[in-house]
Design a protein around this ligand. Structure first.
Ligand code: 5AD
Ligand code: SF4
Length: 450
């Protein structure tokens, strides 16, 4: 179908988009919105008011599958859409993994588009409106590059910038390399140009995204390190804050630590997934580092950047995890003192090597370990959060507070949230705020200057 026909069909239609999973998915959703906007569609805030309902899915853990089926089914009981016809589209990782197979679990889906086919979503939806048939596209080798598509940014001051897609690591529990494909880095010139355009448009903070940003640039025609890319980003005038996610410990270089130390813009926050504190389990996970190596990286980061916030991901109940292995994870957690940690119960993903490993751990044992880990992590987070009380720090104002409209909410460079008296016009500005009181995982503060 040509672009004109797509526009004729889609212009004026309303769409609702719901996103599950990681930031990469949230960013993909912005691309889908951007594309639909460019064809004259209008965003709706409620699926009941939408002609097009899009679900961007995640299949990293099993709970997400069940949630998707529930959401799709609930579309059946929505009131008629404004145009009288509704198209339900499922994209993202579950769509890529299951393709047509998704229809055995949900029968009211009209469009299924995989992670490589985002650029075609408008066309697929238009075709579904036109012929009422199902349209499925999950090719792995699409030629169009979704990373350079238009997109709909949620906020004026912050932008996500994908610097690479896919993953080559094949951690034995993880489905991502199968559904997102191999690692592919974007050209640095394109990334920097995009950041410059954002800044010209009012953006002050960027988040560089990739499954493993530390291996950025290895497959470029002219290879380049992630640290070198950060140096280039630092030079963009008007850009105030640079964040990045996610780092794999096996590729964390001294050069990166050095760049962070010199930088005035890179936020002092490092998300360094541990997954397990037991070297034996790490080996079975195919993570390519030991507990000792991980702890050495933490020491290096803290020596170079004493105030850095460290956050992590941990999986509990990986096949074969003994009580001793688990206690090693607890020890690492106590030693590192994470500012926060995302804790996950191991979820068996069909097709990954771990799914067929012997000695899967019984649910009650996993739940008990998970609860003990969570309690430890939360206690440490609470203590860590309080360490800045009484200081004045710069805060990027993000929003008017949900519960009290006389307050605004902003973020410190280390990612903690602060609520303080302020007005809507501060949104997107960086202001100095005195951190009066830590309340668990956030602060109450007072603005000192604009
Ligand atoms: N089960 C549980 N957690 C998982 N993750 C990835 N795959 C699985 C799985 N099969 C977690 C990892 C990763 C985070 C994004 O999700 O901790 O870092
Ligand atoms: Fe999954 Fe490992 Fe790649 Fe992260 S690095 S996306 S956990 S395979």
């Amino acid at each position: 179908m040509d672009q004109r026909s797509v526009r004729d069909i889609l212009a004026g239609k309303t769409y609702f988009i719901r996103t599950f999973g990681c930031q990469m998915n949230q960013h993909d959703s912005e691309r889908v919105s951007g594309l639909l906007d460019s064809y004259g569609c209008l965003m709706a805030l409620d699926p009941a008011h939408a002609d097009i309902v899009v679900f961007m899915t995640c299949c990293v853990r099993e709970a997400a599958d069940t949630r998707l089926y529930g959401q799709c089914n609930s579309c059946k009981s929505l009131p008629p859409s404004p145009s009288g016809k509704r198209v339900v589209a499922v994209g993202g990782c579950i769509a890529q993994r299951d393709g047509e197979g998704l229809l055995t679990n949900v029968d009211n889906v009209n469009v299924i588009f995989g992670t490589h086919s985002i650029a075609h979503v408008a066309e697929l939806i238009a075709e579904a409106f036109l012929d009422g048939k199902r349209h499925i596209r999950t090719n792995e080798h699409e030629d169009t590059d979704a990373m350079s598509m238009p997109w709909h940014r949620e906020t004026q001051y912050h932008a996500w910038v994908p610097i690479m897609t896919g993953c080559n690591n094949f951690c034995s529990y993880c489905i991502v390399p199968y559904v997102r494909g191999r690692e592919r880095s974007r050209e640095p010139r394109e990334i920097i140009r995009e950041i410059e355009n954002f800044v010209a448009d009012g953006v002050v903070e960027v988040m560089l995204l990739g499954q493993n940003v530390n291996s950025y640039g290895k497959n470029l025609e002219q290879p380049m390190t992630f640290a070198a890319l950060l140096r280039e980003a630092e030079k963009v005038e008007g850009l105030k804050r640079i964040r990045f996610m996610t780092s794999h410990p096996k590729d964390l270089s001294d050069e990166l630590i050095e760049v962070m130390k010199e930088s005035k813009k890179i936020c002092p926050h490092f998300h360094l997934p541990l997954q397990s504190g037991s070297s034996a389990i790490l080996k079975k996970m195919n993570r390519h580092y030991t507990k000792e190596r991980y702890l050495e990286l933490v020491r290096k980061l803290r020596a170079a950047l004493p105030d850095i916030s460290l956050t992590t991901d941990i999986i509990v109940g990986f096949p074969g995890e003994t009580e001793e292995d688990f206690l090693e994870t607890m020890e690492v957690v106590k030693e590192v003192q994470y500012d926060s940690a995302f804790t996950f119960i191991y979820s068996k993903r069909t097709g990954t090597p771990a799914a067929v490993m012997e000695n899967q751990i019984p649910d009650d044992v996993v739940k008990d370990r998970f609860d003990r880990l969570l309690a430890e992590v939360q206690e440490i987070s609470r203590e860590r959060c309080a360490r800045f009380e009484g200081q004045t720090m710069d805060v990027l104002v993000e929003d008017v507070n949900d519960h009290d409209p006389s307050l605004v909410t902003g973020r410190l460079t280390n990612n903690l949230l602060v609520h303080f008296k302020g007005t809507e016009d501060l949104i997107g500005k960086i202001v100095d705020v005195h951190l009066d009181e830590c309340r668990g995982f956030y602060y109450m503060g007072t603005m000192i200057s604009k």
